[in-house]
Design a protein. Structure first.
Length: 421
């Protein structure tokens, strides 16, 4: 999971919280082409973007704009293109190639609207893949046009329109016991929660962490606000020590959490559990492994070394060689958004319509992008995320190791909690 603090007038501290996927066997994602050329040629109606040999899909993402966002989201485009190229290698969708055209929203809501109108109205795409943080103002128009959209749930809006499809939305209301289940299983009893007040996703996560921990009898000693580059990590470490807490839980940027955790260890604080929302990055481990040793990280994707992750990385190596780190979470997010679009096209049949796409994909109750993410019930888009993976950094600070869930919480290798009312 990645938290961004975009510096934007139109979106005060909006964030992407992401998860993604692929499968080992071609049939697991239904990568087969579903050959039906003769049927496609006999389609009775003219549908935007659909010909006998191709189907046009638009991609909207921030190629330019605020540098922090544009730089990060380039990986998302690589993920989208790799998944589509993999599908082409298997014969396309119902013997059609996906004609991908893209537009740059510059992380600006008005620009997103202009780009979407061009793609839908002028270029006549069938649907959109949106790896963007500024879709909200265009959601109503996209619904009225019956345009199917797959992408990353970066606000509650993504769960409120029938034509918008996400793969788990951090901003959904409600909660899950899974964070409390994990902390309790690791020996945590009293927790200090760190939240960045400037980041919407951080505040949203903290609002889920607290009741989840409390649901499993874990005492919250305090919620501490922390702004990276402003707050002194030593101050938070001292508060952790004086509070008697044995658990540090962070809805924070990875660097900030690691700074606090390292200071706390240097002060001799006995920490049973140090869990943060972000930090699963081989590059970060190489740089700061010693400071990270012993901490745990949430992950909404399959574990490294799993068949699904191995297949995803192979696909990225072949079809996105420009990407230095295929485990980049935004690359994964782009990949799963494209996978969701492809599954919708497959389900819509050889003569797809936008309405059929929306109706059939909305009926999927176990979307997993080929086992790379926990099962998502697309028929209940407002349901909170119930399942996670948890990754430990080994005591040497050299390796990530997945934490296996107990049998009672195990769902295909993921920790899955109960919904909280």
């Amino acid at each position: 999971m990645i938290l961004f603090r975009p510096h934007m007038r139109t979106a005060s501290a909006m964030i992407a919280a992401l998860a993604v996927g692929l499968s080992t066997a071609l049939t697991a994602c239904d990568i087969s082409s579903n050959s039906a050329t003769s049927e496609a040629g006999a389609c009775p109606t003219q549908v935007p973007g659909v010909t006998t040999t191709s189907i046009k899909i638009g991609l909207v993402y921030p190629d330019t704009g605020p540098a922090e966002i544009a730089s990060a989201f380039k990986a998302a485009r690589s993920g989208v293109e790799a998944r589509i190229d993999l599908q082409h290698a298997a014969g396309g969708v119902h013997d059609r190639e996906i004609d991908l055209v893209w537009g740059d929203d510059q992380s600006d809501a008005e620009t997103f609207s202009k780009v979407a109108h061009d793609l839908v109205g002028t270029q006549r795409v069938f649907g959109l893949i949106a790896t963007s943080i500024v879709l909200d103002k265009s959601a109503g128009w996209l619904e009225r046009e019956d345009v199917p959209v797959t992408g990353t749930g970066t606000s509650a809006t993504w769960s409120n329109y029938p034509n918008l499809f996400h793969a788990g939305n951090l901003f959904n209301t409600g909660g899950t016991s899974v964070f409390g289940d994990f902390v309790k299983a690791q020996g945590g009893r009293k927790a200090l929660v760190v939240v960045d007040p400037n980041v919407a996703a951080s505040r949203s996560l903290a609002a889920q962490f607290v009741p989840s921990l409390q649901s499993r009898g874990i005492q919250i000693v305090d919620e501490v606000t922390y702004t990276e580059g402003v707050t002194d990590p030593a101050r938070v470490a001292d508060e952790l020590k004086s509070s008697g807490a044995d658990t540090l839980v962070g809805a924070a940027q990875s660097g900030a959490f690691i700074d606090i955790y390292a200071k706390a260890k240097a002060r001799g604080v006995k920490i049973n559990v140090a869990l943060n929302a972000t930090g699963f990055s081989p590059g970060l481990l190489a740089q700061r492994g010693r400071d990270m040793a012993g901490m745990s990280i949430m992950s909404s994707v399959a574990a490294q070394g799993s068949p699904a992750m191995n297949a995803y990385q192979k696909a990225m190596t072949v079809y996105a060689p420009e990407l230095a780190d295929p485990t980049d979470e935004l690359a994964l997010a782009g990949y799963v958004a494209a996978d969701e679009m492809i599954q919708g096209l497959q389900l819509a049949g050889p003569c797809p319509t936008r309405q059929t796409f929306i109706q059939t994909l909305r009926g999927v109750t176990d979307f997993t992008a080929g086992s790379l993410i926990p099962p998502i019930n697309l028929s209940q888009p407002t349901q909170p995320i119930l399942c996670e993976n948890f990754i430990n950094v080994d005591p040497t600070g050299h390796r990530f190791t997945p934490v296996q869930p107990p049998a009672a919480l195990n769902h295909d290798g993921y920790w899955c909690g109960e919904p909280l009312q």
